[in-house]
Design a protein around this ligand. Structure first.
Ligand code: EPU
Length: 417
């Protein structure tokens, strides 16, 4: 199995282009199920999860044609079998995003329950509850959700908690429902707004996406559209945190700075100089970082998907940072690996107390999920000597061309068998 070997201790220097956002691409690909017409996408990242989603859609009868440079055309002329099997859902939880569109288009769906995952419990009760409020009948049998609905009807749905894919599921389902749906306590993540932009281009009537109240007026049918996937804010934040930790100066092109306020505030607190233009971010760091604690929260708060990367930054900082994780219960796994590199981290329930040590030392470590992998890569860039990261396949799920991009920024990084 592939490993990543990093020789640390070099600053990052140069330019990189931000890829399209995985967590916008996945729901938007599912939106193709809502119409018989082609959905032509640009800036789709080349990632394992995108490949898995393409396979899932193809298996339902969707025609997928990949062009160069992140172009992907999807057409669901007819939907042969509205099923998301366990084999695919277990490898990628985001497969549940087909539930809403399938139900709206076909009146039925059979989708495997996702089950647990390395970062904690991942229930879908809010997806189910919302669709039921729209008139769907959903039973759970043999690990599958079996959903049927003659035609979904609009409803006012107050979500018990903020859920990103839950909001996306209900928003997609509501586009073809009979009447008006209002989602209260909706997720405000930029990826929800990007999905809404794509749905609007397809003819959906949506107001308020990006705020906590989204109003969708159902239409009889949707058409084809062209849409460019928004830039990946998690990838952007990861490269910024990496440079703040390793030192140096980078310029990220094709970024969406307005989606990164919370992260940039922490980077400035840590001592980085940041300059923002329309779609570029420049970061310069020439000193040891200062500790910058934070608490994860739904957008516009600090993203849980950047928590581990910013924990690594704090391991070498001057001072002590308290990091509180409020979204998932098991997102401190990288802390245990970082300790193997010499980090001083104490875990207390949902908080991690990170006492900055001057330096990390390279060692063999193991990645447990996507963000954990990214945090260990940053640690490897900073550590003295060589770091080998095992189970690196997690990175291929979410970071396009990571190794090439980091190499171009001067890192000594290679994949080994
Ligand atoms: N939750 C429920 N019931 C539900 C849905 C969620 O209790 O029906 C809880 C979860 O257990 C969690 C919280 O609500 O405690 C938030 O979960 P959310 O539903 O927002 O997460 P998600 O939609 O499954 C997306 C991203 C994740 C990211 C989270 C939080 C996608 C495809 N995934 O997941 O990204 O961590 O939002 O921002 O958009 C990743 O990219 O690898 C990844 C894990």
């Amino acid at each position: 199995m592939d490993k990543l070997r990093i020789a640390g201790g070099r600053p990052l220097q140069g330019e990189a282009r931000v890829s399209g956002a995985k967590n916008a691409a996945l729901p938007i690909m599912c939106a193709a199920l809502l119409t018989a017409k082609p959905l032509v996408l640009a800036n789709v990242p080349r990632l394992m999860d995108v490949h898995t989603m393409t396979r899932l859609l193809e298996q339902m009868g969707v025609r997928a044609a990949e062009g160069g440079n992140g172009a992907l055309e999807l057409q669901a002329g007819t939907v042969g079998s509205p099923v998301a099997p366990y084999e695919l859902v277990k490898t990628m939880r985001a497969s549940v995003l087909v539930l809403g569109p399938l139900l709206a288009r076909c009146g039925q769906a059979r989708v495997s329950l996702p089950g647990g995952c390395a970062i904690g419990a991942r229930p879908v009760d809010q997806h189910v509850k919302g669709l039921q409020a729209m008139g769907a009948t959903i039973t759970i049998e043999h690990g599958y959700m079996n959903a049927t609905a003659e035609r979904l009807r609009g409803a006012r749905i107050v979500m018990d908690l903020v859920t990103v894919t839950g909001t996306e599921t209900l928003m997609m389902a509501a586009t073809l429902a009979d009447g008006v749906t209002v989602l209260e306590n909706a997720a405000r993540e930029p990826e929800v707004a990007d999905l809404a932009r794509c749905l609007a281009a397809m003819g959906a009537k949506i107001e308020g996406a990006g705020s906590d109240t989204i109003r969708i007026t159902g239409v009889a049918s949707l058409g084809g559209a062209r849409h460019a996937i928004m830039p990946d804010r998690i990838e952007t934040g990861t490269y910024l945190a990496a440079t703040a930790a390793a030192g140096g100066r980078i310029r990220l092109r094709g970024a969406m700075p307005g989606t990164l306020d919370a992260a940039m505030e922490k980077l400035r607190e840590a001592g980085a100089r940041i300059a923002v233009a329309e779609d570029t971010i420049e970061l310069e760091m020439d000193a040891r970082p200062r500790a910058a604690g934070f608490r994860t929260a739904p957008f516009p708060g600090f993203a849980t998907d950047m928590q581990a990367q910013f924990m690594t930054l704090n391991t070498i900082a001057e001072g002590t940072a308290v990091i509180t994780e409020t979204i998932f219960e098991n997102r401190f796994l990288p802390a245990l690996e970082l300790q193997r590199l010499g980090a001083a981290i104490t875990l207390q329930g949902s908080a991690a107390i990170v006492k900055g040590v001057g330096r990390l030392q390279g060692a063999r470590v193991m990645a447990t999920d996507l963000c954990a992998s990214a945090s260990l890569v940053i640690a490897g860039l900073v550590a003295e000597g060589e770091t080998v990261i095992e189970r690196i396949y997690h990175l291929d799920r979410g970071y396009e061309a990571l190794q090439q991009k980091l190499s171009a920024l001067g890192a000594r990084i290679e994949r080994i068998a």
